[in-house]
Ligand binder design. Structure first.
Ligand code: CDP
Length: 216
């Protein structure tokens, strides 16, 4: 069973890389950030304060979560657009710092891999916590300004300053939390994607994996 872990902060190129690698390798792809965003969406929808640890913990006991490549369904509601919105982005790092939320999401991620016979997973703790024995661990970084530029191109309704501030705030929360903080695994392939385009990033990682094996 092949498992590839792609970790890094927002705007480092994780999603693009994970999708492309999955396609090349014939594996499924899982965006674990979408799972934390979905739990956050559920909390907001149920009127639960995202920082209420106990109440948020109760949500993950029975939340119906379907994270697919083409969208997300939360408790039967299509949340594909909302999970990327500013309300969810503002609250997601608080929800993701909740130990009960993490425990349940990690359990579901491992279950997903077992039922999909491997996969490419992107997130913050895949190589360090979820799959420490992954075949390949990639940790992507890029200068904060470059990451904010990439992200503000994706979201048309927010200006650069707002996006940059949200990224900086989430970086600090994700790196500073007690449970599974964002950090590179000791054996991860560290790639600074500042100044690289998508093709260069994919080719570099493909080289690491061994071209022969993944180009077929
Ligand atoms: O796409 P972007 O990089 O903006 O964020 P994301 O991957 O959708 O993740 C959103 C948030 O979920 C992150 O800021 C983390 O707080 C949390 N997250 C996490 O804690 N662990 C993961 N494996 C994935 C995401």
């Amino acid at each position: 069973m092949r498992v590839i872990a792609i970790d890094g902060p927002a705007g480092s190129g994780k999603s693009t890389v994970a999708r492309a690698l999955a396609a090349r390798l014939g594996l499924e792809y899982l965006d674990t950030g979408a799972m934390y965003r979905s739990v956050t969406f559920a909390a907001l929808r149920r009127g639960v304060d995202p920082s209420e640890v106990e109440q948020v913990a109760r949500i993950v006991e029975d939340i119906e979560l379907e994270v697919r490549t083409d969208g997300v369904t939360v408790d039967g509601v299509d949340a594909t657009i909302e999970i990327r919105g500013p309300e969810v982005s503002r609250a997601v790092s608080i929800v993701a710092a909740n130990p009960a939320v993490r425990a349940e999401m990690v359990r579901r991620q491992r279950e997903w891999v077992a039922t999909h016979d491997g996969g490419v997973l992107e997130g913050r703790d895949i190589g360090t916590v979820v799959f420490p024995d992954a075949e390949l661990k990639v940790y992507l970084t890029a200068d904060p300004e470059v990451r904010a530029q990439r992200r503000s191109k994706e979201v048309t309704d927010l200006d650069y300053e707002t996006v940059a501030a949200d990224l900086a705030r989430r970086d600090a929360l994700d790196q500073g939390r007690e449970v599974s903080p964002l950090t590179e695994a000791a054996d991860a392939f560290l790639l600074d994607t500042t100044g690289m385009d998508v093709e260069q990033i994919i080719d570099t990682i493909a080289d690491v994996l061994g071209r022969g094996r993944i180009d077929g």
